[in-house]
Design a protein around this ligand. Sequence first.
Ligand code: AKG
Length: 335
Amino acid sequence: MPVELTPLTGTIGSAVRGVRLADAVEGATVAALRATLVDRKVLVFPGQHLDPDELVRAGRLFGELTPAHPVLPPLDGAHPEVLEIDATRSRTDPRYRDEYEQDTWHTDVSFMADPPLGSLLAGVVIPPAGGDTAFVDLQAAYASLSAPVQVLVDGLRAEHDGRKEFDGFLRDNPEGGVWGGRRFTVLEPVVHPVVRVHPESGRRGLFVNPTFTTRIVGLSRLESAGLLDLLYRHATAAEHTFRHRWAEGDVVVWDNRSTMHLGVRDYGDHHRVLHRVTVRGDVPVGVVPAAAVHAAGWSPCRGPLPPPQVVAALAHLGGDDAEAHQHRERPAPEA
Ligand SMILES: O=C(O)CCC(=O)C(=O)O
């Protein structure tokens, strides 16, 4: 049966039919799925019904898997890569509400230096109504910012900090968890570019999220909070979003480098369980290399235009991006 792709919105989300992930093997179809993931950012595979072993196999089609989470425990000892998401657990164990509920906008594990490339989520117990997963297309959100705001955010970096979500859990579970071969018993903030250049497509996207991003580096607290609020309000506008209504057995895969998401907590007392695996990712790269910003001593809040050293660094990046950037930086003609 040929693979059938159906777009679910203009820029984000495609349904994929005609492939059973548990049986797929490396080859042209899988390569095409990976390329489609970069382009469409979210792939929905209805009716897969994957058990945890099959989910792990399916995840490996997209790359090497990470442990389930840097801090939270896996489903069980036989499946160290699988995270069980069961928000209803917080009813019996309210200590860990933030850890169990994934109901605020986030990009998975952005509080680590190398956040996952993507995640696969399998619907195991689905409530009769509600409990959608909602996604934001962070590339579309960047593209629809006005040019002066794009110039501003292109050179900025932001801190991401897992402590506000996971400190309570780590206090009670001091053995911590393993990520990238290292044991983490405490989490330290990391710094990522505010605008991420996608390592495969070269497209730019916002890379901040309200769950883990704590501040924009180099800005006052007021400036940072105000700018992040503007970016979140802009990014979560309906035209940048896609919502998946679950049926049991669905698998949803997302590109974590160009999206953020949440589980909509609107299913009352019903039970809802999902299983997730995450694919190892790389260190996010920005538009202006961090070293160039640092060396030039440039801060966008000191002036509207970056100095020649930064423009030169952008030109080194080559391609349409650098040209587009330089074009935007040309002062408007006098009226
Ligand atoms: O519960 C959901 O729908 C989303 C799960 C989630 O946020 C995650 O896996 O990171």
